[in-house]
Design a protein around this ligand. Sequence first.
Ligand code: IPD
Length: 282
Amino acid sequence: MDLTLPDEALTSTLEALAADVARSAGRLVVDERPDAVEVSATKSSATDVVTVMDQRSQDHLVARLREARPDDAVLGEESGGATGTSGITWVIDPIDGTVNYLYGIPAYAVSVAAVVGDPTTAGAWRPFAGAVYNPVTDELYRARSGGGAHVVVGDDQRRLVPTTCSELGQALVGTGFGYAAQRRESQGRLVLDLLPQVRDIRRIGSAALDLCSVGAGLLDAYYETGLNPWDLAAGWLVAVEAGAVVGGFDGPGEALTWACARGLAPAFPDLVEAGTRTHLGY
Ligand code: IPD
């Protein structure tokens, strides 16, 4: 499998493009958020919702990316992706944290990443340029391979640094739960095992922001089963470029995605990998 990355000049151009389109879709999502956000459809379960703005944000992202990069493919959470010939795929989540968006909780984001390889197969792809934008807080996380990870707020740009945490018992751990009842039950059992071994658990509601938070030192670690490529692509790159460690069974993916400060490896990955095997059957 050839996962050769584009050269520095193209990587840098695509990081800027990811940041630009994530920001413009984010502004659309928050500026045109209706007073009462309505659910337009449900997906895997009655609580896995799509709002009209998910689709509008995706349409906006696809149009902007196709205009700038007509030969690249686009893989998005909502309907209307595109095939390409360049070997680069844009993996996009038009609103990550849709339930927070529905309730007006200020933790949702637009996630945009350029990747090489096959983003539908864990271990067969990697992101090399990306951005995650929270339009409520105006925080833009951005990264490119070899270029470090930064958060931009207004005119301020700060390089991201994970925490120095090295003891599991001191670790603040983010996680998330799927939408299907049976999976949630298994995930609850795993949390029950972890709770006495770590400082505490956070369920923020956006995997993209969780991964960026590990990069930014707002969480010591994060793990989740059931993520789709669009939930994790840009956040994975941001966390790694910040200096955190990110993995899963065959690389980050549906079975398991984990991220942690360097000092927590290998204890944290070992713990969540064992727990995921026991409780989720992987
Ligand atoms: C969800 C969020 C959530 C995570 C779920 C994801 P969505 O994405 O990232 O934090 O726990 O697994 O599906 O549905 O809001 O785009």
